[in-house]
Design a protein around this ligand. Structure first.
Ligand SMILES: [Zn+2]
Length: 413
């Protein structure tokens, strides 16, 4: 049996609509509560004697694309209990409908809270405007802070590390409960004293996993002398791979000559790389000319006059400090190269088709990147070079050396 839609269906439960008017872009709905009584906040007695009435103006959920202002005709009640210190009190509503002193209905406040959580202050505020919810960014943040975070069970195994409020500028400290695998606390900075104060209040902690720096170690030692400190796995891996990459970088000269790619085949370069390559050749020429003059005994002053290069540059070249190695840039294709290689070998050699496949795999570069790769590949095959004659970056080589042998493709790139 269908029911007719009554105005009371649009306002919070328990309210009766007295009046509704349009005022420009705002709908103003006047309501009053249907109950005859209210509970005194001082002595919890139910009071029925009305002292007076007043208007409470509240923001509510938008209705049909318009902002809604709810005007509640609220009452003041008299408390007749002799021992109660509240002779008069204002009408109270259920907290899940309307909290005392609130400027918004509870259902709007809940939405505001979730918007703030999901988007943060300013982005949420501009989104809220589009949703016809009149809230400022400060209000959103206040709503999030007021509800706070739920209390966490006391942890016994924690991880502690820094995290960026704003990268390279301001850092805080994050503490995770490693048994329940969730962050439990953010501290405003990464000072040892701040971490120490928090840790000292949690004497039940047995194990602290931390980075390999000294600050958190110091804090944990002072606050929890009985706890075991361990280096966390992420930092161990990070340090190891960093050291490995450094070792590869130091050997790049030997790697280049071993690959036989010390010479660049200009036919295999893209247009942008051609420009870089020409610049590289010019610099090589200049280096050779300067070194030649120096070998013939010309003083720096004379070389500067003859070649027109700055004194500093000439000096750097003579000291062999200008490292002129031509390298092609690491491209966004790098992670997809093994896959591309396999497709190419299987006969799929159409740039746009490859690009469409890659896009489905999450590649975010444009078509040009893939078609350039395909073109280069084609030219390499035509020149019968067999390989792309491309020196892989140190990072790629490090990755190849740490990938299982069976997982490597034939070209390895
Ligand atoms: Zn009372």
């Amino acid at each position: 049996m269908p029911h007719s839609l009554r105005p009371a269906a649009f306002v919070p439960a328990g309210f009766h609509v007295e009046n509704a008017v349009q005022d420009g872009a705002i709908t103003i709905i006047t309501v009053r509560h249907t109950s005859k009584s209210s509970q005194c906040p001082g002595c919890a007695t139910i009071a029925e004697r009305v002292h007076s009435r007043y208007l409470r103006c509240l923001a509510d959920l938008p209705l049909a694309g318009r902002q809604v202002r709810l005007v509640v005709i609220a009452r003041r009640f008299r408390c007749d209990v002799a021992s109660c210190r509240r002779a008069i009190f204002t009408e109270r509503f259920s907290a899940d409908v309307l909290a005392p002193w609130a400027r918004r209905t509870a259902r709007l406040d809940c939405l505001v809270h979730h918007l703030g959580l999901a988007l943060g202050g300013r982005p949420a505020a501009s989104f809220a405007r589009r949703l016809m919810l009149p809230v400022s960014n400060d209000t959103l943040l206040r709503a999030v802070r007021r509800r706070g975070c739920p209390p966490f069970p006391t942890p016994t195994v924690i991880g502690i590390d820094d995290w960026a409020w704003k990268r390279n500028q301001r850092y805080g400290t994050i503490i995770c409960d490693l048994e329940r695998r969730r962050p439990i606390r953010l501290l405003p900075d990464r000072e040892p004293a701040t971490a120490q104060a928090w840790l000292a209040a949690q004497p039940q902690i047995d194990i602290v996993a931390r980075d390999r720096g000294g600050a958190y170690s110091l804090a944990a030692t002072k606050a929890l002398p009985q706890a075991i400190q361990v280096a966390d796995r992420w930092h161990l891996m990070e340090n190891a791979s960093h050291a490995f990459l450094d070792a590869v970088r130091k050997s790049m000269r030997q790697i280049r000559s071993a690959i036989g790619a010390a010479t660049v085949d200009p036919a295999l370069l893209t247009a942008a790389e051609h420009i870089q390559y020409e610049g590289y050749l010019r610099r090589e020429d200049a280096n050779a000319a300067i070194l030649e003059r120096a070998k013939n005994g010309a003083p720096i002053k004379q070389i500067v006059r003859e070649t027109g290069h700055s004194r500093g540059l000439v000096r750097r070249i003579l000291r062999n400090q200008r490292s002129d190695v031509f390298r092609t840039r690491e491209s966004s294709l790098e992670p997809y190269l093994p896959w591309l290689d396999a497709q190419w070998a299987a006969g799929l050699q159409n740039g746009s088709e490859l690009w469409r496949h890659l896009k489905r795999q999450g590649f975010r570069g444009c078509l040009r990147v893939v078609s350039e790769w395909a073109g280069r590949r084609r030219r390499a095959e035509k020149a019968n070079a067999g390989s792309l004659r491309r020196v892989p970056s140190a990072r790629t080589i490090a990755r190849l050396m740490t990938t299982g042998r069976d997982a490597l493709s034939k070209s390895g790139l």
